[in-house]
Design a protein around this ligand. Structure first.
Ligand code: CIR
Length: 258
């Protein structure tokens, strides 16, 4: 998507290494995570975004993954209800910030759960993943808010895919009808009218990339996908994400763009 002017970010807290993860890559090093986060913020700024920086939240080790706490659209915002109990409290500090920028702010309510990482905006259409974090109540509540703003949506069940935490761990919309997908999602009927860029299994972590104002932020260390994007004419910015990958997070998770 193009046309973003701002991004909400939150530095990793001192408790970062105590967050949730299913990844067996060892413990993250806080100092490195802070450096990588700063480089990420610098990249967002170089794409023309003004940063809204939230205070680190030591009570919530996963709070640097701000994307999971809200869905932002040009027509309104929705505060989520994260599916992991340890992350439920993260939304409290997001709400007042959203009210500063959005005239209409809705919330996902119990029994709904929804993580922002399961929501992939593709122009006027939104793909909503049903996952271990996002349930059908949460997805349907979001679909109704989106519908009231004139957007369409479809639900994508990813519960059978053990290699991705969220839908956007395996899917990214780059604009112009281009969808980046992992192998396990490439044959889904819902994506059949898009031009697919399919990742090799070895490079699947790179699926979580971020298209911002004509640039594409991608994780460093995945040469095939970088080359393919370069050949398609995308201007890429590669960022070292090693410490966030250890905590099951990717590029999109670290910000809320609007
Ligand atoms: C979690 O398991 O909730 C965090 N450690 C990682 C969240 C990543 N967020 C995202 O993909 N949107």
């Amino acid at each position: 998507m193009t046309g973003f002017t701002k991004a909400i970010v939150r530095r990793p807290a001192a408790s970062f290494a105590s967050g949730l993860t299913r990844i067996d890559l060892g413990a993250p090093v806080l100092e490195r995570a802070l450096e990588q986060h700063e480089a990420y913020c610098h990249a967002l700024a170089s794409c023309g975004l003004k940063l809204v920086r939230l205070e680190p939240d030591d009570q919530h080790p996963d709070s640097t993954f701000v994307e999971d706490t809200a869905i932002l659209t040009p027509r309104g915002a929705v505060v989520t209800r994260p599916g992991a109990p340890s992350r439920l409290g993260e939304t409290e500090s997001i709400k007042p910030v959203l009210h500063d920028y959005f005239p209409e702010v809705h919330s996902i309510l119990e029994p709904g759960t929804l993580d922002g990482g399961d929501v992939c905006e593709a122009g006027e259409h939104f793909f909503i993943g049903i996952s271990d974090r996002t349930n059908e109540h949460g997805a349907n509540q979001l679909a109704r808010f989106l519908d009231s703003w004139g957007y369409s949506s479809s639900l994508i069940d990813i519960r059978g895919l053990s290699n991705i935490l969220h839908l956007k761990s395996g899917l990214a919309y780059l604009g112009g009808g281009h969808l980046m997908v992992i192998q396990a999602l490439r044959r889904r009927e819902e994506f059949s009218r898009y031009d697919l860029i399919c990742l090799t299994e070895a490079e699947e972590y790179a699926a979580n990339c971020l298209s911002i104002n004509g640039r594409v932020l991608i994780a460093a260390g995945f040469p095939k996908v970088k080359e393919e994007l370069d050949q398609l004419g995308y201007k890429t910015i590669a960022l070292n994400m090693s410490e966030f990958q250890k905590m099951d997070g990717g590029l999109s998770c670290l910000s809320l763009r609007f």
